[in-house]
Design a binder for this molecule. Structure first.
Ligand code: MN
Length: 468
């Protein structure tokens, strides 16, 4: 059961008297009820008693900090809440903050407006007082302005809640690195201590032999059952002896990897084709299936990619998000495109139809031909995201892309793929990504938007390069 909560904290002060404060609380409850009833938000919004003084503000912040189910605070200034009262509380805040610049009344009551109305509905200047102190304290927060029932305001809050869920996941995430980096590759390296300090997730290594031990313990009955599941879920065009031996081996790898990951508590993993001792094939199908279940994955030791994929899958509720690589260009003048793919490991959550389970030689790594799911992703908007280590800081890059249909069938291509045109256009999208140092690996999402990524970067306080 998802118990994710966001605290809705209303700022005021004692100056207004009991009657006004009763109305403030009632209005806040009405807004909270409306947000929850919208069905748009991936967390329960929890009404908190109005805060009227420094001690109540500190208490509300401490409650949010200490509640593991609480992913952030929405602050609303129904009335004027003098912001020096907020300083000591905000200095303690460890959860993401959204400032909702909204009002209980949508319309000015032109004919009846009087000073009572003016005293009750003071968000307009209460917002500015609160905003000033957040800016002065350098507190990153999302400011959403608009009536609380407006779809645009709801979308902005929804995006932030997704990012806040991703941030909570980052604080708890363990990445298991099976083997080290692909030899001589630069961008997949980086400082794991800095990553844990800045982003929360931990990255630790296991020898491939630790996984092989689990794979060797997999029994025939569970392997048979999993192969049957493959038959139910995927087209399997070649069921010959050789192909089936490879598919059965891949099923054992999947079961072994799942048991290994459960034993470590890791929700993300990396593999590398240069360290496969004791494995018969590079685990392609297994990693695709793990991604489909929400695990993060990075190939060739890419732990930053693995962590970001897990975080983004949590943000996207595991919809349509995959490990990806800019693989090859189509440079037809005026119709330039990128073909995105990987050697094997693309998540079937981005598949347009039923994936095809196939066995083909890899031509790299010197192992048996591996099983993999082959499919095409559907057209539509997507975002590519890359986390890189610049030595003194991390940088997040995000590029909006438009996924398009291929010009023709690709009958000889034995891997899953997607074809996109970067925004704002091929030349500038490619150029800016390269100039900003973006990796050849990316996280590709057809479920998340640039706003989600910007919200995450703001919460994480890391640099963001947006190419849109
Ligand atoms: Mn790669």
């Amino acid at each position: 059961m998802d118990r994710t909560k966001v605290y809705f904290v209303t700022g005021s002060q004692d100056l207004y008297g009991e009657e006004t404060l009763r109305q403030v609380a009632a209005n806040a409850r009405a807004i909270v009820a409306s947000l929850n009833q919208s069905g748009q938000l991936a967390a329960e919004i929890v009404w908190m008693p109005t805060v009227r003084n420094p001690q109540e503000i500190i208490s509300a912040v401490r409650a949010a900090n200490n509640d593991d189910d609480c992913i952030g605070i929405i602050a609303w200034m129904h009335t004027f809440s003098p912001a020096k009262m907020w300083i000591n509380g905000l200095k303690l805040l460890q959860k993401p903050l959204l400032h909702f610049a909204t009002q209980a009344n949508r319309l000015l009551p032109w004919a009846s407006i009087d000073m009572d109305f003016m005293n009750l509905n003071q968000a307009a200047h209460g917002d500015r007082e609160f905003g000033y102190i957040c800016t002065r304290l350098k507190i990153p927060r999302k400011v959403v302005a608009g009536y609380y029932e407006d779809p645009e305001a709801l979308n902005e809050i929804r995006s932030w809640i997704q990012a806040a869920k991703g941030w909570r996941e980052a604080q708890n995430l363990r990445v298991a690195r099976i083997g080290d980096n692909m030899r001589e590759v630069a961008v997949t390296e980086g400082n794991k201590v800095s990553a844990q300090i800045d982003l929360g997730f931990s990255v630790n290594t296991w020898g491939v032999g630790d996984v092989v031990k689990f794979i060797n313990e997999v029994g025939d009955r569970e392997t048979d059952a999993l192969v049957q599941e493959y038959f139910d879920l995927y087209a399997v065009p070649d069921r010959g002896e050789e192909a089936m031996a490879s598919i059965r081996d891949a099923a054992r790898q999947e079961l072994g990897l799942r048991a290994f990951l459960a034993s470590t508590g890791a929700k993300a993993l990396t593999t590398t084709f240069e360290d496969l001792h004791g494995l018969h094939q590079l685990p392609g199908l297994a990693c695709q299936r793990l991604m489909a279940d929400g695990f993060g994955f990075g190939a060739e030791g890419d732990w930053k990619g693995a962590a970001m994929l897990r975080i983004m899958k949590v943000m996207a509720d595991n919809r349509r998000t995959s490990f990806m690589e800019d693989y090859t260009y189509h440079l037809e003048s005026g119709r330039e495109r990128v073909l995105g793919s990987h050697m094997l490991e693309v998540c079937p959550s981005i598949a347009a139809g039923k994936p095809s389970l196939e066995v083909h030689p890899l031509g790299i790594g010197g192992k048996a031909p591996p099983a993999r799911l082959v499919f095409q992703s559907p057209p539509g908007p997507a975002v590519n995201v890359s986390l890189i280590d610049l030595g003194d800081r991390f940088r997040l890059l995000a590029n909006q892309v438009e996924t398009v249909e291929p010009d023709a069938d690709l009958p000889e291509l034995p891997v899953a793929r997607t074809i996109w045109i970067p925004k704002p256009d091929f030349k500038n999208g490619v150029r800016r990504w390269i100039e900003a140092g973006g990796a050849h690996h990316a996280i590709y999402s057809q479920a998340l938007t640039m706003e989600n990524i910007a919200d995450f970067a703001r919460i994480a306080k890391i640099e963001l390069v947006q190419i849109s």
